[in-house]
Structures are given as structure tokens and as C-alpha cells.
Design a protein around this ligand. Structure first.
Ligand code: GTP
Ligand code: MG
Length: 140
């Protein structure tokens, strides 16, 4: 069993889709181990997306992620990281498969409803960024 970090982004929270997305995740077999609604500060968003600092869209990304509250969750399931990436769909909602969270709830590559960790290593880093260390891995 594995854990991953999910963020329901400002666009989806603004549209009151939080519950729909969480229900979708439970239907897909994820356990919601921790859940927190917070309005990210600029420093938190810049730190979280530090790997994208050199990208041309970095400023836009930070503006968007700090626009209004997000809902951050620790999810547990077998093969959680890959399974959640599949449930999210492609970064660009227009290219995402039918039935994925980004197809259902996203509206553009910038406003794509959800974030998910892209590797088990990054999941551990991202979980510890937002939650206490005891949540990082199942055996911790
Ligand atoms: P995350 O789960 O959010 O990390 O998405 P991802 O792994 O599918 O995409 P990636 O890590 O490459 O990019 C991180 C985030 O930056 C994306 O989810 C988008 O919200 C945003 N992003 C990526 N490309 C663009 C772009 O061209 N324009 C804008 N405005 N945002 C972008
Ligand atoms: Mg990513």
C-alpha cells in the first residue's frame, strides 16, 4: 500500500466541486487519511512548485494557486501514485481521457482542478510539506 498527495486546486474549490472530487476518489478505492482546506501563501506555493521556477508559466501558476483556498489530501491505496495520476488524467483537460478528474472538472492547462504527486519519492516530500511526518508512509 502506498500514499500520495492530492491538491484540489482553487478553480475546483471555487466551483464547489470538492465533495464531488473526494467522492470520485473514494469510489476509485482511495482512503482519505488527512484533509485540510487552506489558503496558500505566496511563499508556500513558490516552495511547493520550486521545480517549475524556470518555466515561463511559473508566475501564473503561483498566482492561480494562491487565488483562493485549496483542499489538500493524503490518499492511500495500492499503487497510489500511479493510480491517482490515471484518475487525474492529462495535464491539459482537453487532452485528458473521458471520466478523468481533469476532463470532468478542469477547464484549461492552467486551471486543471487537481494536483497529484508524480513519483513515490515526491509524494513523501509533498506529504511532509503539508502534513506531519507520521503521515509520510504507511510503515512510519
Ligand atoms: P501537477 O499534478 O499539478 O504537478 O500537474 P502535472 O504533473 O500534470 O503537470 P506539471 O508538473 O508539468 O505542471 C505543473 C502544473 O503547472 C500543471 O498542473 C498546470 O497547472 C501548470 N502548467 C503546466 N503547463 C502550463 C502552462 O503552459 N500554462 C500554465 N498557466 N500552467 C501550466
Ligand atoms: Mg507535476
Amino acid at each position: 500500500v502506498e500514499r500520495t498527495l492530492s491538491i484540489i486546486k482553487p478553480d475546483a474549490v471555487e466551483k464547489n466541486r470538492t465533495g464531488a472530487i473526494l467522492a470520485h476518489l473514494e469510489e476509485a478505492g482511495f482512503k482519505i487519511l488527512a484533509l485540510r482546506r487552506t489558503h496558500l501563501t505566496r511563499a508556500e506555493a513558490e516552495g511547493f512548485y520550486a521545480v517549475h521556477k524556470a518555466r515561463p508559466f511559473f508566475g501564473e501558476l503561483v498566482e492561480f494557486m494562491t487565488r483562493s483556498p485549496v483542499v489538500i489530501a493524503v490518499l492511500e491505496r495500492e499503487d497510489a501514485v500511479n493510480a491517482y495520476r490515471k484518475v487525474m488524467g492529462a495535464t491539459d483537460p482537453a487532452k485528458a481521457d473521458a471520466g478523468t478528474l481533469r476532463k470532468l472538472f478542469g477547464s484549461s492547462v492552467g486551471e486543471n482542478a487537481v494536483h497529484g504527486s508524480d513519483s513515490l519519492e515526491n509524494a513523501k516530500i509533498e506529504i511532509s510539506y503539508y502534513f506531519p511526518g507520521s503521515l509520510v508512509s504507511p510503515t512510519a
